[in-house]
Each structure stands twice: as C-alpha cells, then as structure tokens.
Ligand binder design. Structure first.
Ligand code: ADP
Length: 388
C-alpha cells in the first residue's frame, strides 16, 4: 500500500511511503518525511489494519492529528468496469458497485475496497474519491475495445478490453502536452508505461483510443513475469496435452513468463548486466521485450496517422537507455529519430531536431495525479474526464 500526503495549494509532498508484505509474518513500513526515510517492521494482517497503522505513524511523526485533518482521500481502484469512466466521490452506492466488480479484478479490487472501508470506519465524514485505473481507457471506440468472439460474451459477461495504467498514461500525456506547449485536446501521443507491468497507449486528441492491456493486465507487451500477447491456442494445448490446470496456466502466464520465463530474471538491471557477461538467454529476452514494444509503436502510428511524441515512462522507460535505443532503432523513415547523446544523458527530450515525432522521457507520478483528480472531484462533482 503506497501513500502520499500532499498540501494541494502548492502540491507540496508532506510525507509519503509504502507498507509492504501485508499479510505476511512481518510487514515493512517505510515513511519519508523531508527527505528522511524511516523503516520499521510490524505485523499487519490486512489492508484494513494497514490504514490504521498509517494513521498511527502520521500521528507519531507529527504530520496529522488524525485522518479528519484531511480534506479528501483519493484511492487507486484498479477496475472500474464499464460503470466508472471518471474519478468518483465514494458513497454507499459506489462501494456496492466496486464490490460488484470484484470478479473482474479478484486480486486488486477487494484490497482497494478494504482501504476505503477502513478510512470510512475511522473517519465516516471524510470525503473519499475512487480513481480508477481503467477509466482513462473508457474512451476507446468499440472496434478497439471488443474482442472478436461471440457478442453474447460481451453483452452478458462484459468480456471486452478495458486496459490498465490509465492514471499513469493520462498523467504523462498531460505532462507531455505541457512540455510540447500544445493543447491537450489536440495532441496525439504514444505513451509507453514500461515497468514490471508494461502497457502502451494510443492517445488521440487527448483521449485514449487504444491500449495494449485487455480484459486483464496479461495482454500486450512482454512484462517482468507476464507473457503479454499469446495465441489462446497455447492455453488449449497446455490443458489438453500437458494436463495443466487452469490455475497452473494462470500462474505460468502471469507469474512465470515474460522476462523471467525467458531468462530467469525479471529485473532489467540484472538482465542488462547478464547480457554484458555474454548470457544468450538474457539477450534474447531483451530482444523479444523491445521488439514487442516497437510493434505496438508501429500499430498505433498506423492507427493515428500523426504522432506528436512517443513518451517513455515508469521504471524501465525512465531509466533504461538500452531499451529506448533498441526500441527506436530503425524508425527514422517514420519520422522518429533518436538522439543517442541525449538518450545517454537521460534528457527529457531524446529525439533529434529533425525528428517529426519527438521522443520524450517523462517520469510518471500516479500519486499526484490521483491527488489532483480527487481534489477536482471533491470541488466539482460534475468534473468530466476530458474537461481539461
Ligand atoms: P512496477 O510495475 O512494479 O511499478 P517499476 O515502474 O518500478 O515497476 O519498474 C521496475 C523495473 O524498472 C524493473 O525491471 C527494474 O529493473 C527497472 N529499472 C529500474 N531502474 C533501472 C535502471 N536504472 N536501468 C534499467 N532498468 C531499471
């Protein structure tokens, strides 16, 4: 559970941190205040307890008297289904709707709701806002969001492409528009959120019109431990010929595939080191990883016709010069030309002057985006997603 506390007048970060290993024997609590980091261990059995511990530490570090000192709490909620297309002020009805979406995100939504209910219990009158990771992609046209399977599975069971990382794609798209001094409503971008989880997004005139993750985060790019795009026929084969259970196949594709499946490591820093030492599996994993990203750039370029910038973000996108160089290699005929020197220096703009499509590196900041959207939703309940 990550947390950040902002003074929104000047967007000053008062404190931030993370509670890790919730539910294990001992959880780790890390708090950063004024650049000073404190860490301690404590047994925290669930997300409900984590919110209680959060309030205690904010009190003991003299940051808050209690949760009622806050104006609003913004929660990242992973799945908003078709129901939620924008940040939403939480009431009983919204809680029930989030609960009704548990089946779409069984690992995430229950934990998200536990956090909301824990705050509700401690501070029943405090305003809370749900910011959905799927919401930004709700502008996808049907021809991009539907799977080509019997329509009834969409109509009766809502099986369609939703996409995730929406808060991050939205944030970096807005930051890119600011940097390029263009109106958000008229900008076309390909945003690449490449961390342990990874997704690409086609942003046309400030709206997501396609994204690489689908019904679940499994689809699309190769990730740390997820396969990304795969022929569904492989699943039938694993089941029929190898007698693997559905749970085993789920674990294989979500937790034991991607970079980890290909070379045994999912941390790109280690993979880059192994490549230097001559590890052929690591090199192939790196090549497959970059090739898939490049294919999506091509696809989204074709879809939009004009692209103002390709934007790299998240752990790998922000830090790996090698991935950025490999992905952008050979795209000059499309008007995408990397400036190797700028890339080596990790500059914000890493394309050559003559590059028609700029290449940018924009650090993501989901926390400030959640805070901004929550404030807007709190101030004006009629806030629409594409109002900016
Ligand atoms: P998550 O999806 O878990 O939020 P992050 O966005 O933090 O993931 O990204 C994690 C990935 O970023 C890891 O694969 C890590 O190796 C990679 N990464 C972080 N720093 C660097 C770096 N300096 N060079 C290459 N890769 C890096």
């Amino acid at each position: 559970m990550k947390f950040s506390l902002y003074e929104m007048k000047d967007e000053r970060l008062l404190a931030g941190g993370v509670i890790e290993k919730i539910g294990e024997e001992l959880s780790t609590v890390t708090l950063t205040k004024e650049n000073k980091k404190s860490t301690f261990e404590k047994r925290i059995k669930d997300h409900h307890k984590a919110v209680e511990v959060l309030e205690e530490i904010l009190q003991s570090y003299d940051i808050l008297r209690d949760l009622n000192d806050l104006d609003v709490v913004g929660h990242r909620v992973v799945h908003g289904g078709e129901e939620f297309t924008k940040p939403t002020l939480i009431d009983k009805n919204v809680i029930e709707k989030i609960r009704s979406l548990f089946h779409l995100a069984p690992l995430h939504n229950p934990a998200n709701l536990e956090g909301i209910e824990a705050v509700l219990k401690k501070a029943p009158f405090l305003k809370q806002v749900a910011v959905f990771d799927t919401a930004f992609h709700q502008s996808m046209p049907k021809y991009a969001s539907m799977y080509a399977i019997d329509r009834k599975f969409y109509k009766d069971f809502y099986i369609r492409r939703y996409g995730f990382h929406g808060t991050s794609h939205h944030y970096v798209a807005k930051e890119s528009a600011k940097y390029l001094k263009k109106e958000f409503k008229s900008i076309n971008l390909i945003t690449l959120h490449i961390g342990n989880g990874a997704s690409a997004c086609a942003v046309q005139e400030g709206k997501s019109i396609d994204t690489s993750m689908g019904f679940t985060p499994l689809e699309g790019l190769v990730m740390g431990t997820r396969s990304g795009d795969i022929d569904a026929g492989v699943i039938f084969y694993l089941s029929r010929q190898m007698k693997m259970s559905i749970d085993e196949i789920d674990t294989l594709l979500n937790k034991k595939s991607g970079l980890k499946g290909l070379c045994g490591k999912n941390d790109l820093r280690e993979i880059e080191k192994s490549i230097k030492e001559g590890d052929k599996d690591a090199l192939l994993a790196f090549e497959i990883f970059c090739y898939r990203i490049k294919k999506y750039i091509g696809a989204y370029f074709a879809v939009m016709g004009r692209v103002d910038a390709v934007v790299f973000t998240a752990g790998i996108g922000e830090n790996s010069k090698k991935v950025r160089e490999k992905v952008c290699k050979g795209l000059q005929n499309m008007g995408i030309v990397l400036d190797k020197e700028a890339n080596e220096k990790n500059l914000k703009e890493i394309s050559k002057k003559e590059s028609r499509t700029k290449i940018l590196v924009i650090p993501t900041n989901e926390e400030i985006e959640i805070a901004r959207q929550s404030m807007l939703c709190f101030k004006d309940n009629s806030f629409g997603f594409h109002a900016e």
